[in-house]
Design a protein around this ligand. Sequence first.
Ligand SMILES: NC(=O)c1ccc[n+]([C@@H]2O[C@H](COP(=O)([O-])OP(=O)(O)OC[C@H]3O[C@@H](n4cnc5c(N)ncnc54)[C@H](O)[C@@H]3O)[C@@H](O)[C@H]2O)c1
Ligand SMILES: Nc1ncnc2c1ncn2[C@@H]1O[C@H](COP(=O)(O)OP(=O)(O)OP(=O)(O)O)[C@@H](O)[C@H]1O
Length: 561
Amino acid sequence: MNPNSKGNTHSLAHENSLIDLAANSEKVVKEMVERPLVDGIEDHLVEFSEAMRTVSKVLRRAAEGKASAEAEAAEWKRKYEAEREWNMHLEQKDKPICVYLVYRFVWDCACSTPQLHHWWIYMYRQIKEGAVVAGAAYSDAGNCIKQKVGDPKENVELMPEKSQRCCGENGICSLEVLQDSMEEESYFNVHSKITKKASFKLQWCSRGDDDDQHKHDIVSFEKGHITTAERSSKQISLKWESPPQTVLILTKPNSTSVKIICSEMVRWLKEKRKLNIYVEPRVRNELLTESSYYNFTQSWNDDNEFWRLHEIIDLVVTLGGDGTVLWAASKFKGPVPPIVPFSLGSLGFMTPFYSEHYKECLKSILQGGMSITLRHRLQCHVIREATKSEFENENESGPILVLNEVTIDRGISSFLTNLECYCDNSFVTCVQGDGLILSTTSGSTAYSLAAGGSMVHPQVPGILFTPICPHSLSFRPLILPEHVTLRVQVPFNSRGHAWVSFDGKDRKQLALGDALVCNMAAWPVPTVCRTDSTSDFLNSIHDGLHWNLRKTQSFDGLRDI
Ligand SMILES: NC(=O)c1ccc[n+]([C@@H]2O[C@H](COP(=O)([O-])OP(=O)(O)OC[C@H]3O[C@@H](n4cnc5c(N)ncnc54)[C@H](O)[C@@H]3O)[C@@H](O)[C@H]2O)c1
Ligand SMILES: Nc1ncnc2c1ncn2[C@@H]1O[C@H](COP(=O)(O)OP(=O)(O)OP(=O)(O)O)[C@@H](O)[C@H]1O
């Protein structure tokens, strides 16, 4: 048998079987198609296709929602950044082109070299910061040589000295610092024959470290402004490098005991410590009504003048309760000088100094170093839905700074607040309840505590997110890191408006669509400690809040051992 013919027969059979199979499959499919559908399958298919349609609708909506949330977040970011830019622009505008005009530098020839050196360093810093400087200096009694500043900026120009007096004979050695505008010039002329702000150094150290090896500078100090370049939770000490000369006293109004201590303190600071003393206009009037002796006290006419005071104030003394410390902090929109809080209120959580011992306390603070607590503040912006591109007038004066907290609540509305909260543009939650507290760690022992938030040591950097009476069983308070930006928005489907207040003051309404944006401010409030930050905090929670006060269990009764 021919093997080839055998192979041909096999392949032919295989082909025929494939044709049969195809014809059969076609027949089977035809039968299946023609066969009536089994009961119920049609219904299932309809249901299935409806379900698929619903799924695709949900997916489409989710995609649309995500896109709109992203667009909204981008819009808020844009508004927030535009507002910051605007504020920075205003700040620049506020900054006089010629920040300092040194119009007289009377030089004692006996101390020429080191002081002249310091003066030029000081001037160089001003120029670096954008100041146009005009001035003249005299190097020694006989030869009044005008010195020109190198050229740190082109706008440096020397002005002829008005009264070219050499002071070799009278021995005065003073630097008068003036603002350039008329208003500021007259203000400083009238109010201060001043003086350079005292300089000091901030360090952190571990407890019990006696030698300087364990101390580290944490803050560079220029022009008397404290800024936390690096936030530290360690104890911070402040050491004067030149004697403080100017003190501002802020007092709680309508209190007889405060008035008595205030007038005594002013007299003592002037007579015994030879300090320049600033008081509020109200207090100056009260002192002058008491006696014309107090004519030496200085004050200010309006907020603009006050806002420049931090440039010459070495120390702030508060006489009152916590409210007076909050008041003092709120007066400083930028850098804050160290605050010495004397207790003349009822609770006094942040006021560790006893007013009866003011002489000893102030003496040691003015002479030596001190421990301070750098209390962080929150800066808040109210952003109105109605003003999409421009920012409200209220924002033109810059952010509102709080030392305790900013509260968003339902105010007089009887409905639940409905607040959408975002952290760095990520959705956090929707607060449905009486409201929300965004608190600093200093404020953790105030309203936030009453709403169930944790007590946090004031040196711990963080922002407390504490709901007020949330209508939910699982809403625990949060503590967020200090670097985040929080946005709390009243959604359009909210039943009522919300209200925002700053350290319990300045209530503002938030309409539908309005938002509050807040983050940590650059300017902390340095408060002087009686002992140190931790001891003062623990004393306050024990004495002020009676924390964990319980009768001690006796030895009587059952025991494990
Ligand atoms: N339910 C509450 O506890 C509640 C309600 C509203 C306001 N407050 C707090 O009152 C503060 C305003 O204080 P005020 O003196 O101007 O108003 P206030 O006269 O109403 O006094 C409020 C009380 O809170 C105390 N307090 C303030 N700051 C504190 C802090 N950081 N730690 C511990 N206790 C503190 C004060 O000593 C005072 O006893 C707000 O910032 C807010 O924290 C609390
Ligand atoms: N210099 C000031 N000018 C205007 N208002 C002030 C000034 N100092 C304090 N206040 C306000 O006066 C109120 C009472 O002040 P403060 O809280 O210091 O006293 P207190 O209520 O007696 O003390 P405590 O809070 O310890 O009970 C606060 O609302 C505060 O904002």
